[in-house]
Design a protein around this ligand. Structure first.
Ligand code: NAG
Length: 1000
């Protein structure tokens, strides 16, 4: 319904263009006039090879980041600069509808939910954006991005009948996105329609007509099935793309890779399905999500590690990929209940940038090498086409290896990997490839090359290094740049490997630094052959070309420590990547993120965690000195012109609170289980009808969403009058559904009846609990507290799984008909008319302390008792603790902090069944389940924490066992101490507690 007739006409015209192209006898990879919505805009265009922006081909090399998983707009720039420093040109982001229209008809995107700060930071860092507003996003979010009220609709999700519910969101968010399109000076260049919509139900929708979206539409097919390719069906997109998660999601054992999982026929499918659009992988694996009870993100990062990047990303390049998006590049946090039940609070994803924003993982550095190679290869790569699929043993001396060739004009790219991509063998080989000087057998000056284990290499032939033809290289290219009077080429290899490169030049070469390089002039070329060792080798060829031969690893002088930093371009490109503009090449550790030229000084901004030498190996001749983070290291120039200086690290004094030393206040957060508790203000659970397709079997619906309670804990009060028929061994049985790892506890008046303490693999459970002695005529209150873990997602198309209810599903009471019990229900105060507009519709649940806002800063805890969560063992129940402390982290340092629970040895057997929710300035930043795990560390970003002032934290402690529980240990630790050029981080809004009228 969202597509205009114009679009259908255009789709038809592409079909005819294809017919014309075929009639003219063109080969599939010859330029076919692309389908363009030329009437709408001409800044972002594309053909079958790649996109172009402002008329220049660009690899949309993107990292996925979700603004809603980092509620600190002041940190977006930091994330973006770390992505830009990888050599990426873009970022893709989802928008979570559930957070922006928590109440049907009321769209709000303010404060931490505002999108404009994300757009501004992208422009400042210079990253183009792919907007993915859904309305359905999946994304391991509660409901896959569907708001809870959508549970009450009858229409089947993601079909035409449901689309009307998305109108308000789509028009509002569409207007925000439209303003930030590149055509209006913003960073957004692409818009994805829906998400993984791989079906013909025609629900794929995003209203463009009214919203004024003029940039290209693309989709992400869940697999290369060919849905919505140009011309496929009405509503087709401009650029077709799909997902690729070759490794799957089982990261239990880091060394175990799934067999035969590397895609081999994607290019053939693309040429059949969408030959007029660039090869686009809209989600390419960057790690894995992890579930309750899972191995933890450290393990997932070790599993989808730098080796996986090398093998999988290079396999992507050989397909001719020109649009790629690494999911995730920064995962962030499922704060405030925004996740679905299949994940816990952390959404680290084992991504290249960890949840605490550090880049210590080797996979960050490897991702930088991979991206820089294709960026340096520019149009040569972007117009290259695969000439055949990887064939075992072709062009290579052993069947254990597969080589896939890609050709662009005279340049060849040969991707070598093990035929069995999981192989850990060390395999020797020789490569025989065609060049402008005939077929060459590589290496010439030594016997073999080696592929060590899970690795893949891109060997090149006839590769143009700024006018010098590199005839071949077995070493990989990190980058090359041509400056006014010289050129720099950086090659690297793995430790212990021998490599060879040859240049079609009559010039000779000399060693400027290092040793162990054989330099041999032959007729028509100059050959270099060397063993890769730590410590660089620098060769000068002729007067102009400086070749750096590096090892891959992280030691000083190694490839991982080199950075290619774009210098700003003239408007309108500014900080965005301009393939024809100059960049500098700098060696430094641990991060460089921007370079500008100020007068004759190259001003570098970056982060260090130790004193580090900085060397500028490639720069324009106007530069004579270097500064780092506004202060100038004294700069020296070496014999061949490299500028060097020292960036000095000064360790700061960081003092962090010791939680056991602080004064904590406590309040009982389950007054419902006290005899005097008054629930008269609660909502009556009296609906006798529900539109939910899962029919309720109780006398009235007890589904949370039927009463507008869609998040966190639900609390039920069941009232009945004892009739004397309950018996001695009478029972109350109750079954609840809350999603994986959920739990519930039941009280009869103030008597604890029992709990379901949860299981990582169980989403519904029934408990049959023994009643205490009751007297006929006695008025009895049941209290059932249910932890809900978010809504299920709504995939595949047409699935109503997201409507799976939350709360009490059924119950039975000895001696009673079910109609004898009348129920009341609560979740968060106000339900969908939620109170805390700052922290959004999902952040607070139905605990008494949450309903009263005691998780917010400065709660009225004066009269509360003093008690620490560590030193008391209460019985089953819920206690709510608050404390405050000052932080005074010195300016100029980035010190990520993390709240660390400790699981003691005694607890490994999970004898203590308890759940905690951690609040920092009211933002719920941790849901900790002691008896399930695996998350014990909860990073909380600066901006939620106040680094120079008072911090209010709160902790709910729900003990599910009559034995009670205590938190063994909770510490605030720093996970890095980085001396940073990053500017001061603005605090996210932190409105304090005020009395809530009508709170109960
Ligand atoms: C559209 O693509 C799908 C998936 O490849 C295919 O099943 C369907 O037949 C196509 N429809 C048309 C009209 O081409």
């Amino acid at each position: 319904m969202a597509f205009s007739r114009l679009l259908i006409a255009l789709v038809l015209s592409i079909l005819s263009l294809q017919v014309v192209a075929r009639a003219l006898g063109r080969q599939p990879h010859e330029l076919i006039k692309p389908y363009k919505r030329a009437a709408l805009q001409d800044i972002v265009t594309w053909d079958q090879y790649s996109m172009s922006v402002h008329g220049k081909r660009i690899f949309f090399y993107s990292g996925e980041v979700h603004p809603f998983r980092l509620p600190v707009p002041g940190l977006y720039l930091d994330i973006f600069q770390k992505i830009k420093a990888l050599g990426y040109t873009g970022v893709s982001f989802y928008i979570d509808w559930a957070l922006l229209e928590g109440q049907q008809g009321t769209f709000t995107a303010e404060g931490v939910f505002a999108l404009e700060p994300f757009f501004d930071a992208a422009s400042q860092a210079g990253l183009y954006l792919l907007a993915r507003p859904g309305p359905y996003i999946n994304a391991e979010t509660s409901g896959g991005g569907f708001p809870g009220w959508l549970q009450r609709t009858e229409e089947i999700y993601r079909t035409p009948a449901y689309v009307k519910y998305t109108d308000n969101y789509a028009s509002n968010v569409g207007a925000i996105l439209a303003k930030a399109q590149i055509t209006n000076g913003g960073p957004i260049i692409l818009l994805q329609i829906e998400n993984e919509y791989s079906d013909a139900l025609n629900g794929i929708t995003f209203p463009n007509k009214n919203a004024g979206i003029v940039i290209p539409f693309l989709n992400n097919d869940i697999a290369p099935e060919g849905w919505f390719t140009p011309g496929n069906i009405t509503g087709s997109v401009d650029i077709y793309g799909h997902d690729d998660y070759p490794m799957g999601f089982n990261c239990m054992v880091p060394s175990t890779w799934p067999v035969n999982s590397l895609p081999s026929n994607f290019r053939e499918l693309h040429d059949l399905e969408s030959p007029t659009t660039p090869f686009a992988i809209i989600e390419n694996q960057g790690g894995s999500s992890d579930a309750w009870g899972g191995p933890g993100y450290g393990t997932c990062a070790a599993w989808f590690n730098e080796e996986a990047e090398r093998v999988i990303y290079k396999n992507d390049f050989i397909l001719g990929t020109a649009i790629i998006n690494m999911y995730m590049t920064y995962g962030g946090t499922n704060w405030g209940n925004l996740g679905f039940p299949g994940i816990y609070t952390s959404y680290d994803y084992g991504a290249v940038i960890a949840e605490d924003r550090t880049i210590f993982r080797e996979k960050y550095s490897e991702a930088k090498l991979d991206a820089n190679f294709v960026m340096a290869s520019g149009d040569v790569y972007l117009t290259a086409v695969p000439t055949e699929s990887a064939v075992n043993g072709t062009m290579v001396s052993t069947d254990s290896l597969a080589v896939a060739p890609l050709k662009s004009g005279s340049t060849g790219f040969y991707v070598v990997r093990h035929s069995d991509y999981t192989s850990q063998e060390s395999t020797k080989y020789r490569l025989t490839v065609p060049t402008s000087q005939g077929n060459i057998d590589i290496p010439q000056l030594s016997s073999t090359l080696t592929l060590n284990g899970r690795d893949s290499k891109i060997h090149v032939t006839d590769y143009n290094v700024g006018g010098t033809n590199m005839l071949y290289s077995s070493a990989e290219i990190f980058t090359w740049k041509a400056y006014d009077s010289y050129k720099v080429l950086i090659l690297y290899g793995g430790p212990g490997e021998t490599h060879e490169a040859a240049f079609a030049t009559a010039s000779n070469g000399k060693i400027l630094e290092g040793s162990g390089v054989t330099i041999k002039p032959t007729s028509g070329s100059l050959q270099l052959n060397w063993a890769v060792t730590s410590g660089r080798k620098v060769i000068q060829i002729g007067t102009e070309l400086f070749v750096y031969l590096l090892e891959r690893y992280t030691n000083r002088d190694d490839a991982y420590n080199y950075w290619v930093l774009d210098l700003p371009s003239p408007s309108p490109v500014n900080n965005f990547h301009d393939p024809s503009n100059t960049a500098v090449i700098v060696q430094a550790d641990y991060l460089l993120h921007t370079a500008t030229i100020q007068g004759s000084t190259l001003a570098l901004i970056g982060d260090i965690n130790a004193t580090t030498a900085i060397e500028v190996v490639g720069y324009p001749s106007s530069v004579t000195g270097v500064s780092f983070n506004q202060f100038g290291p004294s700069t020296a120039k070496n014999s061949w012109g490299v500028l060097g200086g020292l960036a000095t690290y000064t360790a700061p004094t960081i003092s962090l609170p010791v939680f056991t030393d602080l004064v904590w206040k406590v309040i009982d957060s389950l007054p419902e289980a006290r005899p005097d508790y008054d629930d008269s203000n609660w909502v009556n659970a009296d609906h006798t009808k529900s539109t939910n397709p899962f029919p309720f079997v109780t006398p009235t619906s007890l589904y949370g969403s039927d009463y507008g309670f869609n998040t966190g804990n639900l609390v039920y009060r069941g009232h009945f009058t004892a009739n004397g028929n309950e018996d001695n061994a009478g029972t109350f049985s109750v079954s609840c559904t809350g999603g994986l790892a959920f739990g519930f506890s039941v009280w009869l008046d103030d008597t604890f009846l029992g709990s379901w303490a949860g299981d990582a693999l169980i989403e519904s459970n029934q408990q049959t609990l023994t009643l205490p002695a009751l007297t006929a005529g006695q008025k009895v209150n049941l209290t059932v507290l249910v932890d809900t873990m978010g809504f299920e997602e709504a995939a595949p198309i047409g699935s109503n799984a997201m409507k799976t209810p939350r709360g009490i599903m059924n119950y039975g009471l000895s001696g009673h008909a079910n109609t004898d019990v009348t129920w009341k229900i609560t979740g968060n105060l106000g339900g969908e008319e939620y109170v805390d507009k700052t922290r959004g519709p999902l952040n607070e649940g139905g605990l008494y302390a949450e309903r009263n806002g005691y998780h917010l800063p400065n709660p009225p805890s004066g009269p509360w008792e003093e008690s620490k969560p560590f030193d008391s063992l209460f019985g089953a129940g819920v206690y709510f603790y608050t404390t405050s402390f000052d932080l005074n982290i010195p300016a100029g340092y980035d010190v990520p902090l993390s709240f660390e629970f400790e699981r003691t040895a005694a607890d490994a057997s999970a004898t203590q069944n308890y759940r905690c929710q951690l609040y920092v300035h009211g933002y719920q930043f941790g849901k900790f389940i002691n008896n399930i795990g695996p998350q014990y560390s909860f990073p909380v970003p600066e901006g939620v924490l106040n680094y120079s002032g008072v911090n209010y934290i709160a902790l709910s402690l729900w003990s599910l066992s009559s034995a009670g529980s205590a938190v063994e240990s909770l510490q605030l630790i720093s996970t890095a101490t980085i001396q940073s050029g990053f500017e001061t981080v603005a605090l996210s809004p932190q409105p304090t507690w005020i009395a809530r009228p009508g709170a109960y």
